[in-house]
Design a protein around this ligand. Structure first.
Ligand code: ZN
Length: 157
């Protein structure tokens, strides 16, 4: 899986895979209480609630609201150890991250690592909706937290 020595693999990747992210997969918004803010998103803005999911390993509860081919992801901490709680304590509620739908997430992470881009996740991990995700450190992007996100090919949305 890890093949940092293989230059030819890297060159092949450059040729065969588009570097351009396909779309904004979602925008993550940190909130204290999803149930409390949800009516604004569904009733006031009129967005369709797609799913609500608690991810114990990440210590978060998420709600995905569909908007065209993108989503808004609400993120609520489920306990004080949650990274979302740390974010709320430091910055308050608001936009937390921007997720880009990408191809070949593992190769891209290796590429960024080789280029010295600071990464929060050097390897992709399981995200919501059958996706593989990894976060780039916000110091790589002037304070913006970017998530790379790759959905399985079977999953069309
Ligand atoms: Zn996300």
């Amino acid at each position: 899986m890890h093949d940092e020595h293989s230059l030819s693999k890297r060159d092949n990747w450059k040729k065969s895979i588009s570097k351009t992210p396909k779309k904004i997969a979602h925008i993550g918004v940190a909130v204290s209480d999803i149930d409390q803010v949800l009516p604004f998103y569904t009733d006031t803005l009129g967005l369709e609630l797609e799913s609500v999911e608690t991810i114990d390993t990440e210590k978060i509860k998420t709600a995905f609201l569909k908007i065209g081919e993108s989503r808004i992801e609400l993120l609520e901490p489920i306990n004080n150890e949650s990274p979302i709680q740390t974010f709320l304590d430091k910055k308050g509620e608001g936009i937390h991250h921007v997720a880009l739908e990408t191809e070949a997430i593992d190769e891209r992470l290796q590429q960024m690592k080789a280029e010295g881009i600071p990464l929060i996740n050097e390897e992709a991990k399981q995200g919501a909706h059958d996706s593989q995700i990894a976060f780039i450190h916000p110091k790589a992007a002037n304070g913006v937290l970017f998530e790379l996100c790759q959905h399985s090919e079977k999953n069309d949305d």
